[in-house]
Ligand binder design. Structure first.
Ligand SMILES: *[C@@H]1O[C@H](CO)[C@@H](O)[C@H](O)[C@H]1NC(C)=O
Ligand SMILES: *[C@@H]1O[C@H](CO)[C@@H](O)[C@H](O)[C@H]1NC(C)=O
Ligand SMILES: *[C@@H]1O[C@H](CO)[C@@H](O)[C@H](O)[C@H]1NC(C)=O
Ligand SMILES: *[C@@H]1O[C@H](CO)[C@@H](O)[C@H](O)[C@H]1NC(C)=O
Ligand SMILES: *[C@@H]1O[C@H](CO)[C@@H](O)[C@H](O)[C@H]1NC(C)=O
Ligand SMILES: *[C@@H]1O[C@H](CO)[C@@H](O)[C@H](O)[C@H]1NC(C)=O
Length: 683
């Protein structure tokens, strides 16, 4: 399929201020696609009319509708989806309104998508079933911010992750999950995730994760309610109940964590024929819900205010129930040391996959045939057993498509092992810096890798519960699965060794030469922006197929010119295509995409920390082509003020800082793997 122009339209509307006046309420959000126009009285229009007037007869039984009519260029594809728990009558009524409204708001458009709160209608001149590329998101946000955003988000994210998994695991008729949890002010947070049932489990997960990224990028994290509508999925939460729980069929009351299974509600009631009064009934119900919503919010607000005033010493944040489950969880993540030793053939040389900054990594095969990767920590972390377990538990909870999954740990005396999922395609550096394998990575794959790494980093940075700064982001720490999806490895290592450092100054530098931001390498100051710098270097390497610190300008007579410096010069001179990997150029790839990625990379490596974008802006820039990018300033390590030389001398001078034991790589190191620097120098 063509990559098109994935235009994201963020329509940030405000709940409750929406006045519903007419019989056909306004959409919460709608997007008119740019797949061309049809002319009045054309065959396309006739087909569209026929499709829309018959669509309501195609109910799958679970509130999903799909119909395609016509031939060749005049073929119209349409689909509609109702919230999984919606009363069939209301569903038809919502669909009816959409069918009238959508051609009105997008006149003569071949493609359009409209979202009411609980139903969605889309049509297009390309197939809509299984089409993940259709554009048009809508975001709705409740403007009120939670009183303690960290704790709110800390409760919300695990709930939404569970719902994502539950919805994705649904069947080919319904992919829908709802559930609740307790938030920061002891209020209940209600969550809902739904995908169109034509998606595979992976596609559903992908869509919901994209929705999450878009939500975070819109700066709405920590708000007490919000929804992201996408053509094939929806992500919603609120502190008022916005789904119909009363119709939920729960086979056996599940113990906490609370998660409601997807019930076959709609199948019990066959779709009723539409009545003329349906529309008005719907409007009245919507108005009633909105009014009740306002009353509930207002009363919750005052109730909480009163409660907070009354309470002199409030209940500690984590209740005892949570604590017991945490200890239970830690035990479930524990692997028997001997089992792991056998699995890795006693940490044999043959099983060794590589050497990282914190220890060697071995491949293991468990008794049941499952493959694992085992990191044997090289030295004592200086942490007690309990703290170590707690950290591992926290890291294991970080689950994202673009993070390597931490499965558990193992302890024996001073030996500490971390057990990870095993990924078959090794790490990105083994592809990108290998002249033969590099050719296997076309631009589509490279772009997927860039976007995936950006999303993984965004997740690490914005998950406020931990807010992890990676500190050693590089090609060697990007692992690839069988489908070449990137997964970030080695995150959270700094927490395992010096958990007191969450931001600010490091007493010890962890990182890799060539990827370290200047303020981190020279002054030990790290922040999310030092990860952004490393990400920028990585983007440049992916585009050029060259290692930053080993880059040799073939034409330059100057001794060595670093990749960033060369990229900047080329950018300034308008010869930026010179730096692109020749194997990409040979295939006449989408040059605009490639140049845009270089542009984003240059923004990330700017010397001034505050000039560098955050990862959420980066994700937004990578996804939205219509967004115009700022002009980059000179990258670090370039130019006459010679930060670069100060940098190199700080790396090589031993008495500059006793705690920084970093050396400039020799040329032989350019052919070897990058080595992370993480030695502790005795204080
Ligand atoms: C479709 O119509 C709009 C205005 O209604 C116009 O701006 C646009 O250029 C048209 N697109 C095509 C492909 O004809
Ligand atoms: C479309 O068809 C109707 C009925 O046949 C006719 O009245 C109208 O003028 C036509 N419109 C155009 C733009 O051709
Ligand atoms: C909720 O379920 C009840 C009982 O089936 C039904 O009468 C009601 O219309 C439903 N409400 C919505 C909003 O679907
Ligand atoms: C949360 O979900 C559980 C399990 O489905 C349900 O029993 C409970 O009533 C829900 N809580 C609220 C406040 O809706
Ligand atoms: C779409 O409609 C066709 C024809 O009615 C049907 O065979 C197909 O299963 C439907 N697809 C989905 C995903 O419901
Ligand atoms: C479907 O829509 C058409 C046209 O709006 C209407 O006449 C028909 O009764 C509807 N059928 C159902 C099953 O709602």
């Amino acid at each position: 399929m063509s990559t098109g122009k994935p235009k994201l339209l963020f329509l940030i509307l405000i709940y409750l201020t929406n006045t519903i006046a007419s019989a056909q309420p306004d959409f919460r959000s709608y997007v008119c696609g740019d797949r061309g126009n049809y002319t009045t009285n054309s065959t396309y229009q006739t087909n569209l009319k026929t499709t829309l007037s018959t669509l309501n007869t195609t109910n799958s039984g679970f509130g999903f509708f799909n119909l395609s009519i016509g031939q060749a260029d005049n073929r119209v594809h349409s689909a509609a989806l109702c919230q999984g728990d919606m009363d069939p009558d209301l569903c038809l009524s919502c669909l009816h309104d959409s069918i009238i409204k959508l051609p009105q708001v997008c006149p003569n458009k071949k493609e359009a998508i409209g979202y009411y709160g609980r139903c969605m209608l889309k049509y297009s001149n390309v197939e809509v079933i299984g089409n993940m590329l259709m554009e048009g998101s809508g975001i709705l946000v409740n403007t009120q911010t939670a009183s303690d955003t960290d704790r709110f988000v800390g409760a919300l994210d695990p709930l939404m992750n569970m719902l994502k998994a539950a919805a994705a695991a649904g069947d080919s008729l319904l992919k829908f999950a709802t559930g609740n949890t307790t938030g920061s002010d002891f209020e209940t947070i209600y969550g809902l995730v739904q995908c169109t049932p034509d998606l595979s489990e992976t596609q559903c997960t992908d869509c919901v994760e994209d929705a999450y990224s878009e939500y975070v990028s819109s700066g709405s994290r920590g708000k007490i309610g919000g929804t992201v509508f996408k053509p094939v999925c929806r992500y919603s939460y609120d502190i008022i109940r916005f789904y119909n729980g009363s119709t939920m069929v729960i086979p056996a009351p599940p113990p906490p964590p609370i998660l409601q299974a997807t019930p076959p509600v709609l199948s019990t009631q066959p779709p009723l024929p539409g009545k003329g009064s349906n529309t008005t009934k719907y409007v009245i119900i919507v108005i009633a819900i909105v009014t009740i919503g306002v009353i509930i919010i207002v009363s919750i607000y005052f109730l909480l205010k009163m409660r907070r005033k009354k309470k002199q010493n409030p209940v500690p944040p984590t209740n005892t129930e949570n604590e017991t489950t945490e200890i239970g969880d830690a035990e479930s993540l524990k692997y028997n040391f001997n089992v792991v030793r056998v699995a890795t053939n006693n940490f044999s040389k043959e099983n060794k996959l590589g050497q990282g900054g914190f220890g060697a990594v071995y491949k293991g095969t468990l008794g049941d045939g499952r493959e694992i990767a085992v990191k044997r920590l090289a030295r004592d972390s200086g942490q007690g057993e309990v703290e170590f377990k707690n950290e591992v538990l926290l890291l294991a909870k970080l689950q994202h498509r673009n993070l390597v999954r931490l499965l558990g740990f193992s302890l024996e005396g001073s030996e500490r092992l971390l057990i990870y999922e095993f990924l078959s395609n090794a790490s990105l550096d083994q592809f990108i810096f290998d002249p033969n394998k590099r050719a296997l990575l076309d631009w589509k794959i490279r772009y997927k890798i860039i976007k995936g790494v950006a999303k993984g980093l965004l997740y690490l940075h914005e998950d406020s519960r931990l807010m992890i700064i990676h500190r050693d982001m590089k090609a060697g720490n990007v692992l690839l699965d069988a489908e070449m999806n990137p997964k970030i490895a080695d995150f959270g290592m700094a927490r395992l060794f010096n958990p007191e450092e969450t931001q600010g100054e490091a007493s010890r530098i962890v990182g890799t030469y060539g990827y370290m931001a200047p303020e981190y390498a020279m002054h030990g100051q790290f922040s999310v922006k030092s990860d952004v710098f490393s990400f920028g270097v990585l983007v440049m390497e992916i585009v050029t197929g060259q290692k930053n610190q080993c880059f040799q300008n073939r034409e330059s007579t100057e001794s060595t010119e670093y990749l960033l410096g060369f990229a900047w010069k080329s950018w300034r001179n308008g010869t930026i295509t010179d730096i692109i990997d020749p194997t990409l150029k040979a295939r006449s790839g989408p040059m605009n995409d490639i140049i845009r990625s270089i542009h984003i990379g240059l923004l990330c490596v700017q010397e001034e920390v505050s000039d560098r974008p955050t990862m959420s802006s980066v994700v937004l820039m990578l996804n939205s082509y219509s967004l115009s990018l700022p002009v980059p300033s000179e990258p670090a390590f370039f130019g006459n003020n010679n930060t670069f030389h100060r940098y190199v001398s700080s790396l090589t001078s031993s008495n500059d800082s006793a705690n920084r034991k970093v050396s400039k790589p020799t040329s032989s190191q350019c052919s070897k793997n990058d080595v992370s620097i993480s030695d502790i120098v005795p204080r």
